[in-house]
Design a protein around this ligand. Structure first.
Ligand SMILES: [Zn+2]
Length: 302
């Protein structure tokens, strides 16, 4: 179990909703899909490597720091007794090559060299540790997680881990058996306390309530083909089923995420669900799971 688990960023959740409810331009959609792919790669790394570790190490996922007015982000950090390992995970697909220390896609287009980003990140992290009074040996690696990624002409001393090397990475990490002390736990807590949580609302394109499609949306396939059958919401696109109650709660969560300042009322959620479920049922669910504030016509839920 990670000491700092990875949670899906609200940014991605909002973008997914905007994408499904029809508010993204082609460019924004590509941007979202790219970010989603990157996140999926990180989750894949967790599943294949860090979640399977049986060693003495503290895994901190997704850290964002500001140091000397510069932001830097680390996908995975593992604190061992002897070293701190950093991993930057890339979910690139297709063929790439290195030439003269530069990074190209197979059609000869130069791309941002992820190794430079890694180097920069490691350097900032070292400085950050130093400023906190910690002396640790830091080792960083770039992980190419996608099995459909090929890299040509890569010098073997480059700190890159390929999909075929993930098993041996896991075995190697499991060799770290030296017990961690309070020193390491304090460092982990310090790093977590310094992690910056970005507001997703500054990162997503502008949207308004009026622009978005109001209907119930399938949790699994993001389609709107939801029908009410025997107290359940059934998706006619993928077959996914959920109890009406939980479907409504999901709609409320969506609405709160998209419009954090708006008040939750029966009418608001009824409209947001596109009238798919009766007001009576919505009111029952809201009363069951939320606190009622105010009275008469003016009450809302929190
Ligand atoms: Zn579905």
């Amino acid at each position: 179990m990670a000491y700092k688990p990875r949670v899906e960023p609200d940014f991605l959740k909002i973008m997914r909703l905007l994408n499904a409810r029809g508010n993204l331009t082609e460019q924004e959609r590509r941007y979202y899909e790219n970010k989603q792919k990157g996140y999926d790669g990180e989750v894949m790394f967790d599943q294949l490597v860090t979640e399977q570790l049986r060693c003495e190490g503290l895994v901190l996922n997704d850290l964002l720091f500001k140091f000397n007015n510069t932001y830097f982000q680390i996908d995975t950090t593992i604190i061992f007794k002897e070293t701190i390992n950093l991993y930057d995970v890339k979910n690139f697909e297709g063929d790439y090559y290195y030439e003269g220390g530069k990074f190209f896609s197979i059609n000869g287009e130069e791309r941002k060299n992820p190794l430079l980003q890694l180097e920069r990140c490691e350097s900032y992290f070292r400085q950050l540790l130093h400023s906190l009074g910690y002396k640790c040996n830091v080792v960083s690696h770039l992980v190419h997680i996608n099995p459909e990624f090929t890299l040509y002409q890569v010098p073997r001393n480059y700190p890159i881990i390929f999909p075929s090397q993930l098993n041996s990475l896991r075995k190697k990490l499991n060799n770290h058996q030296l017990k961690l002390g309070d020193y390491h736990k304090r460092l982990a807590d310090k790093l977590i306390s310094m992690h910056i949580i970005e507001s997703p609302y500054e990162m997503v394109p502008a949207y308004s309530y009026e622009q978005l499609k109001k209907d119930m949306i399938c949790d699994k396939c993001q389609s709107f083909s939801i029908l009410v059958v025997d107290g359940k919401l059934v998706c006619h696109n993928c077959g996914h089923q959920v109890l009406i109650e939980f479907g409504i709660l999901r709609c409320v969560e969506e609405f709160k995420l998209l419009f954090p300042k708006r008040k939750i009322t029966t009418t608001v959620i009824y409209e947001w669900c596109g009238g798919a479920v009766s007001k009576k049922i919505i009111r029952q669910v809201l009363k069951k799971y939320f606190r009622t504030i105010g009275y008469g016509r003016w009450y809302y839920f929190e």
